[in-house]
Design a protein around this ligand. Sequence first.
Ligand SMILES: [Zn+2]
Length: 392
Amino acid sequence: MSKPYDLVIKGGRVVDPTQDLDSPNDVAVRGGKIARVARNIPASDARNVLDASGKVVTPGLIDLHTHVFANVGPYGIEPDPYCVHRGVTTVVDAGTSGALTFAAFRRWVISKAQTRIRALLHVVSIGMVAGSTPHMGELEDLRYCVPSMAVKAAQENRDLVVGFKIRFSEQYTGPNDYEGMKRARAAADDAGLPLMIHIGGSYTPLPKLLALMKKGDVVTHTFNSHPHGIVDEHGRVLPQVWAARERGVLFDVGHGAGSFSFGIMEKCLRQNFLPDTISSDLYTANLHGPVYDLPTTLSKFLLLGMSLPEVVRRATANASRVFDFGADIGTLKPGAEADVSVFDLVRGRFTFTDSDGATRVGDQRLVPVATVRAGITLHSVEPENRSLERTP
Ligand SMILES: [Zn+2]
């Protein structure tokens, strides 16, 4: 007796901004692709059923800023326990590897992971093998920043490399950030790929760096509270930031251990300057707080007043368009990859902490329950030594 579907995810609240969907629906999967989204698809039509009643069902989340080059340097985390098992089916590694280390990243991490991993290659050839103090920041010696090497490595790995990354905080650059920006610009233009820049505490004022950003490039750590940020001393979003958005530069969250401030975010929301994409910047130093995972970062935007579909949009539909992933993701339209996330939207009182230690209390939290990646169901587990920050 053959059944039309491999899997049906039944009874959930399906939130898919690409189809303006926020309603009870079932999602059917066949051959690793989304086959159908409709009400009341019979359980008997599928070989497996995932009960999603009372849950939220979304396209598999896409995290545009992570560090998953594990065991090389101080940043990388194991991707699968913290990504695909936490509702995130696709991640972009933001510059942990460079031209000199990408081959190892490809062989030992990307090719073995269940999480779909794409990479932004650091324009600096050594990538992020060290932090800064007591070591040297990667852009403090410009001899490591050779655009032609980055371009060659990107071209040789076009299936996985989706763009370039560079970090502009003074501890990683010394006075070299503007020269680094020019070299990054040259690499991106040569390869025809987008560039992501990390901001916050740069040596050079942000407007001068932003002036070299083009349509499709990405600013990450947008809402940090460090000097040379996106707001002036009165908290107003800089005119050069609005101008960059106007010409198509994208603004990403990249929460991280030091790069997301509730205070700055609230000021920006009041001026209607919303992030284009919401990413976690998950790495070793924030895995146990304040970031934990992407769903926790998304929950912070719920408490800031954004609706669930608008939050989900920024980690699915919007994120899928930023880079060329070589796969139809971020949507539950029939024919797309069968990447699906199932969450509990848990009600309660939860204290959330930003990168500066400031807290806000929210009344809901997205908690991953299961993930379907290319049609295979993975049940979420809370990683060891972690507990939700539930406030009594
Ligand atoms: Zn980062």
